[in-house]
Design a protein around this ligand. Structure first.
Ligand code: 5GP
Length: 188
């Protein structure tokens, strides 16, 4: 059956790599490309990682009810396109959403039967800090803000259907893949 596979994690927890592997292994899943008002980082491209919008355009999208959910994260707007999700479902695809804990909570409320939500947790906040610094893409101020947010996000992990601790990428991936496969093979 088709599902909304909602994945949340503090940034630096390894979520992007886990999502990429899942998309490669399970062909009937499409990645939802969100809209955001934050600026592109590094090689990020409009329409690939995100649709990068001006704040006024994002707000116009909210007015037109174009988002299945949206949230303010780290001071920027992020939102999931309703149209993308409904078209993927019509074509028989499940949708993978890499969104924050607020977005995950909204989707669970709006689509209670369709969601399978997973929280990817770093082994500890110290390990997360090391990973964020090693990435080298963010300013000090951004790293500190993300660490504060990470703590708040980790406090909400028990709202999720599954918590995967990313201690080793291969082990964490196997746990995630097995759980998602089970969900997708279930009858309605
Ligand atoms: P980043 O700016 O590092 O790409 O993402 C920051 C946070 O925003 C991450 O936790 C990411 O999962 C979340 N995010 C990305 N897209 C969306 C979205 O469409 N909705 C919500 N609620 N959060 C999102």
């Amino acid at each position: 059956m088709t599902k909304l596979i909602v994945i949340s994690a503090p940034s630096g927890a390894g979520k992007t790599t886990l999502c990429e592997r899942l998309l490669k292994d399970i062909k009937m899943i499409k990645l939802s490309i969100s809209s955001t008002t934050r600026l592109p980082r590094g090689q990020e491209t409009h329409g690939r990682e995100y649709f990068f919008l001006k704040e006024a355009d994002f707000k116009a999208g909210i007015e037109r009810d174009e988002f299945a959910e949206w949230a303010l994260v780290h001071g920027n707007y992020y939102g999931t396109s309703k149209r993308f999700v409904s078209e993927a479902f019509q074509d028989g695809y499940s949708v993978l959403l890499d969104i924050d804990v607020q977005g995950a909570a909204s989707l669970r409320k709006t689509f209670p039967k369709d969601c399978f939500s997973v929280f990817i947790s770093p082994p500890s906040l110290q390990v997360l800090e090391q990973r964020l610094r090693a990435r080298g893409t963010d300013k000090e101020e951004t790293i500190l803000k993300r660490l504060r947010n990470a703590k708040a996000e980790m406090d909400r992990k028990n709202e999720f259907d599954l918590v995967v601790i990313n201690d080793s990428l291969d082990r964490a991936y196997e746990e995630l893949r097995a759980a998602v496969s089970t969900q997708l093979s279930r009858e309605q």
